[in-house]
Design a protein around this ligand. Structure first.
Ligand code: COA
Length: 288
């Protein structure tokens, strides 16, 4: 794939997007936003089973808006940029397949909002999270005020947005902001990560230097296997139903769920799963 602010590659059924602006801590400038939009417009394929978004380097997943670029913009340019968050990043929240943020460092401002657009969030133990916008005289404008309360609840969202509190990965896990801290293993970084998840202490950053971005992605892909190897139609139907729960009342939601089931009911994959269960073997799903 062409070099640019976003590296695009495929591995184990997932489309992996890596922001390549480590020198600006993967901050979102116009070109990066456009590159995200282009993924949806040109690169996402029917074969992809999940989208993983991550950042380069070990310092930041994404430091939010590119504040150096922003300083040079007039009001109309800023307004246009805000619309781009919707048009170029918003697809992550409505994408037909699950989207996952693999958070390799600080997720701040628009960087955290980028993660909030995703269905799932995993992080290294040194990751930090904040929406510092009100301290900068603005508010979160890539959906943060809407998605955060839906994910962590109204009270915690008020605290994080009004105070701009920066939290670590252990706290993010505790409040349900992330699903998982990359667990321990044999490399030093992973050992520390495990201790952190268990004790809630902030680890020494240097001890985690060996926990490379690729290890984070490898771990994420292993965790995602039930998604990338599961029944495609069921995955998509479940996602549609789950997202509907954010906007529908209970009665309408239950009706919507029934409609989503229908797509699975008439599928070959459902029959294959029943046959595989009877034959005590793994099902082979074809997405039909
Ligand atoms: N926009 C543009 N450039 C940014 C940036 C941003 N949002 N965040 C960091 N950078 C740049 C810095 O200006 C610095 O550039 P320089 O080398 O030319 O001075 C470079 O990235 C490294 O930043 P530094 O702060 O030294 O890196 P760090 O690894 O010590 O800390 C962060 C990383 C992300 C924790 C820290 O840079 C930070 O807090 N950034 C601000 C994030 C923010 O407030 N975002 C909110 C947007 S609403």
């Amino acid at each position: 794939m062409p070099a640019g602010p976003l590296q695009i590659r495929r591995q184990d059924g997932a489309l992996i997007l890596t922001i390549q602006r480590e020198e600006r801590r993967n901050a979102l400038d116009l070109a990066t936003l456009q590159a995200f939009g282009d993924v949806f417009r040109h690169h996402l394929s029917g074969e992809d089973r999940a989208v993983v978004v991550t950042g380069s380097g070990s310092s930041a997943f994404c430091a939010g808006a590119d504040l150096k670029e922003r300083r040079e913009m007039n009001l109309d340019q800023v307004r246009a940029q805000l619309l781009r968050y919707r048009s170029d990043l918003g697809w992550l929240a409505t994408c037909p397949i699950p989207t996952i943020a693999a958070i390799n460092g600080a997720a701040l401002g628009g960087g955290l909002e980028l993660a909030l657009l995703c269905d799932l969030r995993v992080a290294v133990a040194t990751a930090t999270f904040a929406l510092p916008e009100t301290g900068l005289g603005i508010i979160p404008a890539a959906g943060g005020t809407q998605y955060l309360p839906r994910i962590v609840g109204a009270a915690k969202a008020r605290e994080l947005i009004l105070l701009g509190t920066r939290i670590d990965a252990a706290e993010a896990l505790r409040i349900g902001l992330i699903h998982r801290i990359v667990p321990g293993g044999t490399v030093p970084g992973r050992t520390v990560a495990t201790r952190t998840a268990a004790t809630g202490t902030v680890p020494d950053r240097t001890a985690l230097e060996e926990q490379t971005a690729s290890e984070l992605v490898e771990d994420t892909l292993r965790w995602l296997e039930p998604v990338t190897r599961g029944a495609p139609l069921a995955q998509r139907a479940a996602l549609r139903a789950l997202r509907a729960a954010d906007r529908l009342d209970l009665d309408a939601g239950l009706e919507f769920e029934r409609g989503c089931y229908e797509a699975c009911l008439v599928s070959e994959d459902r029959l294959e799963a029943l046959a595989a269960f009877a034959e005590k073997r793994r099902p082979v799903f074809k997405g039909r």
